[in-house]
Design a protein around this ligand. Sequence first.
Ligand SMILES: [Zn+2]
Length: 330
Amino acid sequence: MGVRFLFATLQSFFAIILLQMRTTLKAFHYGHLSFQLRQGHRYPLPRYAWLRQIVLDSGLFFPQYVIAGQPVTDDVLLWGHSAEYIAKTQACNFTPAEIRFLNLPNHPSVFHRARAIVGSTLAAGHTALSDGISFVLGGGTHHAHRTYGSGFCVFNDVACAARQLLVDGKIQRVAVFDCDVHQGDGTATILAAEKAAFTCSIHAAANFPFVKAASDLDIALPTGTLDAHYLTAVQTAFEQTMATHPELLFYVAGADPFVGDRLGKLAVSAAALAQRDRYVLEACRRNELPVVVLLGGGYAQPLRTVVDLNMQTIQIGCALHTSTQLQRTI
Ligand SMILES: [Zn+2]
C-alpha cells in the first residue's frame, strides 16, 4: 500500500512537472495559410500544414501554444523593406521577370501569408526573450531583399523582427546563425548597416544565390561536404558568433544541407544535423542566450523526410528546454 501510494505520488509529481514544462513552450505557425501552385512546383507548400499537425500530435506542446502567427502591418515590414516594394506586394504589381525571380505566384494570398511569416518570427522573438526558446514552424525567408523578393522569399522575417526588437529596446545586440544550405543573402544586405546585428551564414558555395552577399561571417562549403567537415565549420562559426555577445539568437536550422536534399549540394547525414542542432541549442542554454529556432528550407523527397528532419530539430530543442526546467524544479 505504502509503495503504491509513493508510486502514485511520484507519478502525479512528474505529471505536474511535465504539465508546467509544456506550458512554457510555444511554436508559431502559418500552416493554415495556403495558395495555389502549379503542378510540379518546387516550393514544398504542404510541408507547413503537415508539420503543424505532426507537432500538435506529438504532444510536445499544448494545442493552445501552437499559435497562428498574425500578419504584420507595414510599420514592421518597413524595418526590412522599402515602402515601394511593400506597396508592390499590396497591389500584386510585379513584372513577370520579378515573379520568376521570386518563384511564387503573383497573388494576394502569397503576400498575406508572407506577412504572417514575419508575424510568426516577431512573436517568436518576444517569446524567446521570456521563455528562453521558441519555435517557428517554418520561417527563415532569408533571400528577401530590401527592394525585391527572391527564391520563395517575399519578406525577410528575421531581419524585420530583429530590427523591430532592437528599435523597441528589447535587446541591444542580436545575431543570426543561418545554417540553411543557401546563403542568407537578403538578411546579410538588410542588416549590413545594423551595427547591433551580427549575421553568419554557413552554406554551399556552388548553390543559389549565385551572386553572394557579404554577411559578417560567411562559411562557403564545397559541394559534397560530409559530416565531420560540416560540424567543424558549424562549431567554428558558432564560436565566432557567440563572441559578439548577442542577447538573442535567430537560429535558422535548415534541413537542406541533408544528403538527400534535391537543392542542397552538401552530403550531411540526419544524425549530423541532429548533432548540429544539439550543439547550438545546448550552447544557447549553457550561456542563457534566448534562441528562436526557425526551420528554413528543406527539399528532400518524399516530403515526409523534411518533416521528420524538422521534428528532429524541434524535439532536440524541447528536450533541452525540458531538462533545464527539470534542473530548476528539482
Ligand atoms: Zn535553403
